[in-house]
Design a protein around this ligand. Structure first.
Ligand code: GDP
Ligand code: IMO
Ligand code: MG
Length: 424
C-alpha cells in the first residue's frame, strides 16, 4: 500500500508549492489540500499561461487526476466561484474531478468584515492578514460555532447562516468599523451553488478508501512552517497548522500513513505581512531580490519582504515536519550576485544562538557565511551536470548542513524549468 506524501513550505509561504505540485501531479492519483484557504496563492505556469489558485488543489490541470479539498480547509464561496469560473473559461471543469469535504468550514462575508475590523483595531501591531476571513473562520471552528460545507445540504442552512451572521454583527458593535455583510450575500449564495455542484464527500472515508485501493496521494500544504499557528512566529502567523501534522488532521490520515515529506525552500527568504524576519534586507540587495524574483504577493499583490537564506530557520522547519526530501526553488533569481550569503546562526544579547528562537525580546542578528555566486543564466539548463560549480556548492552546502537530500531544483516558474538531480 502506498503511503501519503506531503509537500509543504518550510519558510513564510510562497516557496513555489503550486508550481512543484503541478510538476509532481503526473506521479500521483490524488492531490489533496489539507489546510488554509483563500489566503493562499499558488502559481502555476505552462504553455505561456499563468494561473493562480487559492482554494483548489494544484493538480486541477491534469484532467485524469482527483483533487480533494480536505476538512482542514476553509472555503470562501465567492473566491471559489471566481476560481472555478476562470478555470472553466480555459476548458478545465472542476466539477468533474474536484471533491470537497463536507467538514470543510465556510468563510462568511461577516468573517471577512471581522478580519478587517480586528486588523484595523490592532493598529501598528496588526498581523498583516490577507483579510480573507481566515482567522475569524478558524476561531468559529474551534469555538464550535462554524458553518460547514455539509450544512449546505440541510434544510435549516439559511437559519444557521443567519444565526452566525447575527453573532458576528453583535461582535462588530465593539469595533469602530462599518461594513454590511448584506452587500456581499448575493455573490456568496451564488458561490454556495457552485460548491453544491461539486462532489461533496465524507473526505476521511474517501481518502482512506483511496489509500486502501493503493492510490498514490500527494497532500499539498498552504502557507509555510514559520506561519504555523503553534510553531510559527506567533502571533504573526496564520490560524491553521501548516506543518506535516496538519495533513493528518486536515485530511483524516493516520500519522503512520505518511510517507515522503517534501519540504520546499526558496533559495532566499521572503515574507508578506508583519512579524520577525532575522535575515530581512532593507537595502539595495533586498530590492534586487524583490525585482529579480518578482516578489509581489499572489493573493494581495503586496511587495514581499526579502532576505538571505536562513539555515537555523530551515533546520527548525525540517525538524518539525520530519522532512525527507528538499526542493529548492528560485535559485535562478540569485544569478548575477557576486557573493551569496547564508545565515548560519544568530547573535542575540551578546550570545551566539545556533537555533531559531523567534520569541526573544531582542531582534536576532544574523551571522553569515559567504559563498561565491555564479553569473551564467541557469534558467534554461536541462541537465544537472551543466549547472555551474558555484551553484552546486550552494546546493551541496545546504544538503550537508541539513542532512536532507535536494531531490528537485526549480529554475523558473514554468513546469519545464525543473530538474531532478538524483535522476541524472
Ligand atoms: P506558493 O504560494 O508556494 O505556491 O508560491 P507563489 O505562487 O505564491 O509564489 C511563487 C512565485 O515564484 C510564483 O510567481 C511562481 O510562478 C514563481 N516561481 C516558482 N518557482 C520558481 C523558480 O524556480 N524560479 C522563478 N524565477 N520563479 C519561480
Ligand atoms: P501561500 O499558500 C505568504 C501571511 C499573511 C499574514 C499572515 C496571516 O501562497 O504560501 P491570514 O490571511 O492567514 O490571516 O494572514 O500570514 N500569509 C501568507 N504569506 N503566503 C501565503 O500563502 C500566506 N497566507 C497567509 O501575509 O502575514
Ligand atoms: Mg503564494
Amino acid at each position: 500500500m502506498h503511503k501519503v506524501d506531503v509537500l509543504l513550505g518550510l519558510q513564510w509561504g510562497d516557496e513555489g508549492k503550486g508550481k512543484v505540485v503541478d510538476v509532481l501531479t503526473p506521479y500521483y492519483d490524488v492531490i489533496a489540500r489539507f489546510q488554509g484557504g483563500p489566503n493562499a496563492g499558488h502559481t502555476l505556469e505552462f504553455n505561456d499561461i499563468k494561473h493562480i489558485l487559492h482554494t483548489i488543489p494544484s493538480g486541477i490541470f491534469h484532467s485524469s487526476k482527483i483533487n480533494l479539498i480536505g476538512n482542514g480547509v476553509v472555503i470562501d464561496p465567492v473566491v471559489f466561484k471566481k476560481e472555478t469560473d476562470a478555470l472553466e473559461k480555459i476548458g478545465v471543469i472542476p466539477e468533474d474531478t474536484l471533491f470537497i469535504s463536507k467538514k470543510a468550514h465556510l468563510i462568511l462575508p461577516s468573517h471577512k468584515i471581522l478580519d478587517a475590523a480586528s486588523e484595523a483595531a490592532k493598529g501598528h501591531t496588526r498581523i498583516g492578514s490577507t483579510l480573507k476571513g481566515i482567522g475569524p473562520t478558524y476561531m468559529d471552528k474551534t469555538g464550535r460555532n462554524g458553518l460547514r460545507v455539509g450544512d449546505i445540504l440541510h434544510p435549516d442552512f439559511i437559519v444557521k447562516y443567519t444565526f452566525l451572521k447575527n453573532k458576528h454583527l453583535d461582535i462588530l458593535k465593539h469595533y469602530d468599523y462599518q461594513d454590511d455583510p448584506g452587500k456581499y450575500e448575493d455573490d456568496w449564495f451564488r458561490g454556495i451553488e457552485k460548491i453544491r455542484a461539486c462532489k461533496l464527500v465524507d473526505s476521511e472515508h474517501f481518502i482512506n478508501r483511496m489509500i486502501n485501493e493503493n492510490k498514490k496521494i500527494l497532500a499539498e500544504g498552504a502557507q509555510g512552517t514559520l506561519l504555523d499557528v503553534d510553531f510559527g512566529s506567533y502571533p504573526y502567523v496564520t490560524s491553521s497548522n501548516t506543518i506535516c501534522a496538519g495533513a493528518c488532521s486536515g485530511l483524516g490520515i493516520a500519522p503512520s500513513r505518511i510517507g515522503e515529506v517534501f519540504g520546499i525552500v526558496k533559495a532566499y527568504c521572503t515574507r508578506v505581512g508583519g512579524g520577525p524576519f532575522p535575515t530581512e534586507l532593507h537595502d539595495d540587495t533586498g530590492e534586487r531580490l524583490r525585482r529579480q524574483g518578482m516578489e509581489f504577493g499572489s493573493t494581495t499583490g503586496r511587495p514581499r519582504r526579502c532576505g538571505w537564506l536562513d539555515l537555523p530557520a530551515l533546520k527548525y522547519s525540517i525538524m518539525i515536519n520530519g522532512v525527507t526530501q528538499l526542493i529548492i526553488t528560485k535559485a535562478d533569481v540569485l544569478t548575477g550576485f557576486d557573493t551569496l550569503k547564508i545565515c548560519t546562526a544568530y547573535k542575540s544579547e551578546g550570545e551566539i544562538l545556533d537555533h531559531l528562537q523567534l520569541d526573544t525580546a531582542q531582534p536576532l542578528e544574523p551571522v553569515y557565511k559567504e559563498m561565491k555566486g555564479w553569473s551564467e543564466d541557469i534558467s534554461k539548463i536541462k541537465d544537472c551536470s551543466d549547472l555551474p560549480a558555484e551553484f552546486m556548492a550552494f546546493i551541496n552546502y545546504i544538503e550537508e548542513e541539513t542532512g536532507v537530500p535536494v531531490t528537485i531544483i526549480s529554475l523558473g516558474p514554468d513546469r519545464k524549468a525543473t530538474l531532478f538531480p538524483q535522476n541524472t
